[in-house]
Design a protein around this ligand. Structure first.
Ligand SMILES: *Cc1c(COP(=O)(O)O)cnc(C)c1O
Length: 405
């Protein structure tokens, strides 16, 4: 019989596997910030210029939002204390849901504690055995996890390729179908062909789930990717399940799903990640209402972000190594290939005071490890120039090393 002093075999296995990850350049570390989120952060005690957040409008540390949060706490206390179906649902939640639905031009909205939970909840509420989720190959992991949890079949189609989806829809019999896509792809920054996908959803009697984690607040004058692509909200309300997250451009935390009233009523009943969890603190909803107002009046922020995107792309047009992906959004990936190479680039930038994360498999496909440069309204032109200069230095270094090998 094993004694408590013996090391369980499972612990030894975990240690071995962690060692293997490290050897493959795939071990991930949590950086510890001692500052607020923003363009300038202090990471593990070192001040860095950061291109490493999803705080696209620079609202995560906005003083007006912070004050709203404080007022929310004064009114509602700290915790919700119960799930939405018990007594955790407050006036602050109701008002925020109504404001979000209005802002997106959709009939109704439902809050979730995070985007991950929203995606799991939607898939579980709408799909079961015998049903199919059609998913873009580069979708965020949590959409796929939703299909798994719902025990639905997951059929993946070629990235942003409506004809690949059309073929999959034609050859896949299913009781119910849900097409799921990132609107802005989180590691590539490109947009899904939502107009074509909506057409296919209509033709094949399917839902279209649009995960707008990286579009809400930024694209379509802040209304998101559906507005950016000029899709009529009345048409969308029939088929689209719109998911916006509130911890990225909105700067706070949480997520919402918007769509038809029947859809939202059903999710209230059946989305397990809503039913079986404590409501998020009402003070967050108060802060989010302030965030939504700032987003609505946020043309200044979006214009500054757009200037930074253009400045970066011009600056990196003739880089001697690495390949800048064709993105027009705040997510600007610089593809370098191997995981270890991506880590070297990231380290060389860190040595120059710049925080740009290396993104490696399995988050992105093998052979496409990259720097994920993300821009924010908190960056100024001088910040972009610093990054461009440093990237030219590092790229020249890496190209020289590759030539010498
Ligand atoms: C971040 C993200 C999510 C998860 O949202 P959270 O609120 O962070 O849980 C979902 N989908 C996509 C595409 C994301 O980038």
């Amino acid at each position: 019989m094993a004694t408590t002093q013996e090391r369980p075999a499972e612990l030894a296995r975990l240690a071995r596997e962690l060692g293997a990850l490290e050897a493959a350049g795939l071990l991930r570390h949590r950086r510890t910030l001692s500052s607020a989120q923003g363009a300038r952060v202090v990471v593990d005690g070192v001040p860095l210029l950061s291109f490493c957040s999803n705080d696209y409008l620079g609202l995560a540390a906005d003083p007006v939002l912070a004050q709203a949060l404080v007022e929310g706490v004064a009114r509602h206390g700290v915790g919700a204390g119960a799930s939405h179906l018990l007594t955790g649902h407050t006036l602050a939640h109701t008002e925020l849901e109504a404001a979000l639905a209005r802002w997106c031009g959709l009939p109704a909205a439902l809050l979730f504690s995070s985007g991950y939970m929203a995606n799991l909840g939607v898939a579980g509420a709408l799909l079961g055995r015998g049903d199919v989720m059609f998913a873009d190959r580069l979708n965020h992991a949590c959409l796929n996890d939703g299909a798994l949890l719902a025990r639905a079949r997951l059929v993946r189609y070629a990235h942003a390729d409506a004809s690949s989806l059309a073929r999959a829809l034609e050859r896949t019999p299913a009781r119910r179908r849900l097409i799921a896509t990132d609107a802005v792809f989180s590691m590539d920054g490109d947009l899904a062909p939502l107009r074509e996908l909506l057409g296919l959803a209509e033709r094949h009697d399917a839902w279209l789930m649009v995960d707008d984690a990286h579009g809400f607040g930024v694209l379509g004058d802040g209304r998101g990717s559906l507005a950016e692509l000029g899709l009529d909200p009345r048409r969308c309300a029939q088929r689209v399940i719109y998911m916006g997250t509130l911890g990225k451009a909105a700067g706070v935390a949480g997520a919402f799903v918007a769509g038809a009233p029947e859809l939202v009523d059903w999710l209230v009943q059946k989305a397990r990640t809503s039913v079986y969890t404590t409501a998020s603190p009402p003070a967050l909803a108060v802060a989010l209402a302030a965030s939504l107002e700032r987003i609505a009046a946020g043309q200044d922020l979006r214009a500054r972000l757009a200037e930074s995107i253009a400045r970066l792309r011009v600056g990196l047009a003739a880089l001697p190594a690495g390949r800048l992906a064709g993105s027009s959004t705040a997510i600007q990936p610089l593809i370098v290939g191997e995981s270890v190479e991506a880590v070297r680039w990231s380290e060389a930038l860190a040595a120059r005071g710049l925080l740009v994360p290396a993104i490696r498999p399995p988050t992105v496909p093998v052979g496409t490890a990259r720097l994920r440069i993300s821009l924010s309204a908190a960056h100024g032109p001088h910040d972009i120039d610093r990054l461009v200069t440093a990237l030219h230095e590092v790229a020249t270094e890496r190209a020289g090393l590759a030539a010498a090998r």
